[in-house]
Design a binder for this molecule. Structure first.
Ligand code: C5P
Length: 237
């Protein structure tokens, strides 16, 4: 964790295997983890995960699992066999599902960090009210985070906006993984709760999930190295 590069998780949001492997090749040594999401996984399957792992890269498998405890436990068991480092589940799956996921991960030879997604950033307070949930998005995130933490989860995917609240209410062993990162001077695209790498790390983020600002930069390696510089500055101050 002392190496600022290790805190960068680059999202491999590309169409298929060749583009994914080309990005891995290029960015190897400049970032900590490669994130494989639903689009790439449903297209290329576990084989691509194994190919990237065989290159000794760290993998964040962003499957956002959400099902009954027995089914999620089975999926986590299968995922662990791929030798990945982080996997996501939905906190809204409930306490029993979350503890089943943690138990299953712990039972594997090299347990991945199980991360809970609290509230999708695409959900609004209006959506929550339609579900009959009162209160603010922050209260909703806190409730899900508490359920997840009590069930044994030690990593959360959250927006930059929630870092301070989560840092003030939870033990420091809770790892915060923050998407929606936009280095200073780059566009926000469709993300609206954004933060710069410097601000997110300063606020208490452990890892930053970054897609387009690196993957679509004219020089992705230079873009990743610039993020590393920002992270290093935030850690030093
Ligand atoms: O290109 P960009 O940096 O916006 O990509 C962010 C990545 O993080 C995408 O893969 C997106 O699916 C993911 N993500 C997110 N917001 C969340 C959870 C994951 O943007 N709440």
């Amino acid at each position: 964790m002392n190496d600022p590069r290790s805190r960068i998780i680059v999202a491999l949001d590309v169409a298929g295997r060749e583009a994914a492997l080309a990005a891995v090749e290029r960015l190897s040594g400049h970032v900590g983890y490669f994130k494989i999401g639903l689009e790439l996984f449903t297209r290329e399957g576990p084989r691509l995960v194994e190919e990237i792992r065989d290159r000794r890269e760290k993998i964040f498998l962003d499957l956002k699992l959400h099902d009954i405890p027995n089914t999620v436990a089975g999926a986590v068991r299968s995922v662990c066999k791929l030798g990945i480092d982080m996997v996501t589940v939905h906190a809204s799956g409930g306490a029993a599902m979350l503890s089943a996921a943690c138990r299953e991960a712990q039972a594997s030879d090299s347990p991945p960090l199980v991360l809970a997604v609290t509230a999708l950033t695409s959900l609004s307070e209006e959506d929550m009210h339609r579900f009959g949930v009162n209160g603010t998005m922050e209260q909703w995130v806190e409730r899900f985070a508490r359920t997840a933490y009590n069930a044994g989860i030690r990593g959360l995917v959250a927006s930059a906006r929630e870092i301070s609240m989560l840092r003030s209410k939870f033990d420091p062993d809770l790892q915060l993984i923050i998407p929606g990162i936009r280095p200073a001077g780059t566009g926000t695209q469709d993300q609206f709760r954004t933060a710069t790498p410097y601000d997110a790390i300063k606020a208490g983020a452990n890892y930053l999930v970054i897609g387009r600002p690196i993957m679509q930069a004219p020089d992705p390696v230079a873009a990743a190295d610039a993020v590393t510089g920002e992270i290093a500055r935030a850690l030093q101050e």
